[in-house]
Design a binder for this molecule. Structure first.
Ligand SMILES: Cc1cc2nc3c(=O)[nH]c(=O)nc-3n(C[C@H](O)[C@H](O)[C@H](O)COP(=O)(O)OP(=O)(O)OC[C@H]3O[C@@H](n4cnc5c(N)ncnc54)[C@H](O)[C@@H]3O)c2cc1C
Length: 476
């Protein structure tokens, strides 16, 4: 097929923004009646650069804007728990979009074909967001080849556009100065534009009723993992949690984030994963808390080091390392040392089922596993320990990696995310780390012992909290 003609003004000027990728060039379709934002990764209205671009173009072209969320029944490794959280967020998207004069349409199988939808509404142009994981990126590529209208995507869920980096950075201390050099440019208030033209929904237009069960009638769908009541999905719940965090917890974050027995971290990872909140909203709120004297600049810097530094290094990792979810992502030194120790005796071995049910000899590890199973989230400190023990207790590093990804993706609300893949890669495959002392099974992969991990915080209290159900992620 010949290349479509290059983008005309006013589209061209928007593509100078490194957040924007032109997936398919060309002029907006003649006679098109609206602009569509296909919302996939960034499930929110607030501080959403993909939505802002759609509205800006709609206003310039005198066209209304429709946001469509096309639900699929077979999202890789997603189950009832994840879809329940996603569903809870839909009403917030609808009401927040209405305030911006934008229509929200949710479609579910068998009526969720995006190309058909674009024809139904006579779209002139399509905007999407970015998701650098393998499958969602493949969908965007396939779609771009099939579409007949221009298609742009916007990197809406990072502070610094990932297109500014052209390779994988193997350590945070190398990536961070380059990344943070761009933060002042991109960590800015978002315009949150309002559409000047509204779309008149045709009578009997097909749309999913947000009160319904989004998974109704799905066969071959994993319902075995139950929803949790420790987090409520959606932007409004995310903003309540953010307020609680910046006003009450941020000041003590540098110390309390190392204490899984306390409520000391933001607990925003499920909201970030589903795009219910932008990292820009969170980072600006943390900086505001410093201006208001609620937290020190040092505490804020440490928090932004996680939120922007580690998180965007994870995005960089999945974007450039194709095997991000298997042991094949290990750097040479780590692959070599794990190979050399592959035949080491493994005095303790557990099956996947024993681990999944939290039936090991290690009470601290079991508590971490059960926190994830029952609450849909695990504390960062425990996640590192949890993954390293899976390496120690599995017949091979390959199987350990596979089981860690499987359990993480199945139970964590924030699973199936670049952070999860890079966290497991760090713990088991030495990614973004360096060689340590040589020891059995691990070789020079950094080791964490139960005795020393458990002494750094009140592990008894943590174990009791998990067992007694004394844990919540959101604020009631
Ligand atoms: C083995 C392992 C598995 C992990 N699995 C996931 C996962 O599936 N999904 C996920 O979002 N995170 C994962 N992480 C990273 C981290 O543990 C969680 O992001 C964090 O615990 C979430 O809690 P919080 O929101 O309270 O974090 P906070 O301490 O409040 O940090 C704020 C945000 O910064 C980001 N962040 C914090 N720590 C890290 C980190 N080490 N790497 C990357 N980003 C970070 C997260 O987006 C987090 O929400 C994993 C880490 C490890 C070691």
């Amino acid at each position: 097929m010949p290349n479509p003609s290059p983008l005309p003004e006013p589209l061209l000027s928007h593509t100078q923004n490194p957040r924007v990728t032109v997936r398919r060039a060309g002029s907006p379709l003649k006679g098109g009646k609206c602009i569509v934002y296909w919302m996939q990764r960034a499930q929110r209205s607030l501080d959403n650069p993909a939505l802002d671009l759609t509205i800006a173009l709609g206003n310039e072209l005198n066209l209304p804007v429709i946001v469509v969320l096309s639900i699929i029944a077979n999202y890789p490794n997603a189950n009832l728990r994840h879809y329940a959280f996603l569903s809870q967020g839909l009403a917030d998207i609808e009401s927040d979009l209405a305030e911006r004069n934008v229509t929200f349409i949710v479609r579910r199988p068998p009526d969720n074909q995006l190309e058909k939808f674009l024809q139904e509404v006579d779209a002139a142009l399509l905007i999407g967001d970015e998701n650098h994981c393998r499958e969602p990126e493949r969908w965007r590529k396939v779609l771009a080849r099939r579409l007949k209208l221009p298609f742009l995507t916007v990197d809406a869920d990072v502070v610094v556009p990932s297109s500014l980096f052209h390779k994988h950075f193997y350590a945070l201390h190398i990536f961070k100065p380059r990344l943070f050099a761009h933060v002042p440019t991109y960590l800015v208030k978002q315009p949150n534009l309002k559409a000047t033209h509204s779309w008149r929904t045709p009578k009997n237009f097909l749309r999913y009723d947000l009160q319904g069960d989004i998974t109704e009638g799905w066969t071959n769908f994993d319902r075995s993992i139950q929803p949790v009541d420790t987090f409520t999905g959606g932007t409004h719940a995310a903003l309540s949690r953010l307020k609680h965090f910046v006003s009450r917890l941020l000041h003590a974050y540098p110390e309390n984030r190392n204490h899984p027995e306390h409520d000391g971290t933001s607990c925003l990872s499920p909201y970030l994963h589903f795009g219910n909140i932008s990292p820009i909203t969170i980072a600006l709120a943390a900086q505001d808390a410093v201006k208001q004297g609620k937290a020190s600049a040092a505490a804020c810097d440490i928090f932004l080091g996680e939120l922007i530094g580690w998180r965007e290094l994870s995005v960089n990792f999945v974007k450039f390392v194709p095997d991000y979810d298997s042991l094949d992502c290990a750097p040479d030194w780590a692959a070599k040392t794990l190979r050399e120790h592959a035949r080491d005796a493994r005095p303790t071995l557990y099956t996947l089922k024993e681990m999944e049910e939290g039936r090991t000899h290690d009470d601290l590890w079991n508590a971490a596993q059960l926190q994830m199973v029952h609450y849909g989230w695990m504390h960062n400190r425990m996640r590192m320990y949890w993954a390293k023990k899976i390496l120690e207790w599995s017949p091979s590093p390959h199987l350990a990696y596979q089981h860690a990804v499987l359990l993480n993706d199945r139970y964590e609300l924030d699973g199936r995310d670049p952070n999860g893949y890079s966290g497991i890669a760090w713990s088991i495959a030495g990614v973004h780390d360096r060689p340590w002392f040589d020891r059995p099974i691990f070789g020079t992969i950094r080791y964490m012992s139960g005795a020393s991990t458990g002494k750094k915080f009140n592990s008894r209290h943590y174990i009791e909290n998990v067992a007694a159900g004394r844990w919540r992620g959101d604020v009631e």
